[in-house]
Write a protein that binds this ligand. Structure first.
Ligand code: MG
Length: 285
């Protein structure tokens, strides 16, 4: 699909069966729910469309994020959220079976790996690791970098939750992201990681499974061109860039199938195209 640039309205949006939303910068900004998020999500659901939230989260899994959405006023259960954090254990199983894994991440990651049947290996025990996972590790230091990079250089499979350079903690404040830590390991080990999060394929593949539709029937809505839009486009999904800062005139907006300034604008466009497509439900008799 060719990008249509800002303001363009392609009727195909009205025919889609599933919508995936990024969280940070799209549904919420730090502790604040962004305007129109609840109305749009409920509007889509009320017409029987599938909605999931697809996030690169490297610190929290679906349960915590779903609770947070619900507390903010967007009804969500654990099955409605796909977090890169949760998917890494499954991806290791898919590729390697149950193995010995060393994780540079929050302690929750060790629990997740163990629950998935992997044996968790401590940093001092790095020569036994068959796989190394880098998440968002607040205890990251020289010793942990050394252990992870030696294990990967010695042949352990290398997984990163995502490659985001920064982890937003509040407006205008960030922590180093999972990608910053994974790049340090990759540089020292001279091995590139298998990445779960956007723009890489695993998170999108699981998102489409959860939506229950093909890539051509689903939209990805997000505020990041490099992660949400480019990744979803490579999968063949319809892409909506939420251009909250009004940067569309820079020209790279053409990377997305559609650009909206915010969720209320997207909601209006979707309602209009739904009517044009003749998909509006018949009134009850
Ligand atoms: Mg985002």
């Amino acid at each position: 699909m060719e990008g249509q640039g800002p303001g363009a309205e392609m009727p195909s949006l009205g025919r889609l069966r599933g919508f995936a939303f990024d969280l940070d910068g799209t549904i919420w900004a730090g502790p604040t729910l962004l305007p129109g998020a609840g109305e749009l999500v409920e509007g889509l659901r009320s017409e029987g469309l599938a909605v999931v939230f697809a996030t690169n989260s490297s610190r929290h899994g679906a349960r915590i994020l779903a609770d947070r959405l619900t507390a903010m006023g967007v009804r969500a259960g654990e099955r409605d959220v796909l977090a890169a954090f949760d998917l890494v254990a499954e991806e290791i199983t898919r590729r390697l079976g149950r193995v010995r894994v060393m994780a540079l991440a929050t302690p929750d990651m060790d629990e997740l790996l163990a629950a998935a049947g992997h044996e968790v290996v401590g940093v001092d025990d790095w020569p036994r690791a068959q796989a190394v996972v880098v998440g968002n590790d607040p205890a990251f230091d020289f010793g942990r970098l050394r252990a992870a990079s030696r294990a990967v250089a010695a042949g352990a499979a290398f997984f990163a939750v995502n490659m985001d350079p920064r982890y937003p903690v509040a407006a205008d404040t960030f922590d180093p992201g999972c990608g910053a830590l994974a790049e340090a390991v990759a540089t020292a080990a001279e091995v590139r990681p298998i990445v779960i999060g956007k723009p890489f394929a695993p998170l999108f593949e699981r998102t489409l499974e959860r939506l229950g539709c093909s890539a051509g029937e689903a939209a990805m809505v997000g505020d990041s061109l490099g992660s949400d839009v480019d990744g979803a486009r490579a999968m063949g999904m319809f892409t909506v860039w939420i251009d909250g800062r009004g940067e569309a005139d820079r020209g790279d907006a053409a990377r997305a199938d559609m650009v909206a300034r915010n969720l209320p604008e997207l909601h209006r466009i979707w309602q209009n195209q739904r009517k044009i497509s003749g998909m509006t439900p018949q009134p009850a008799q």
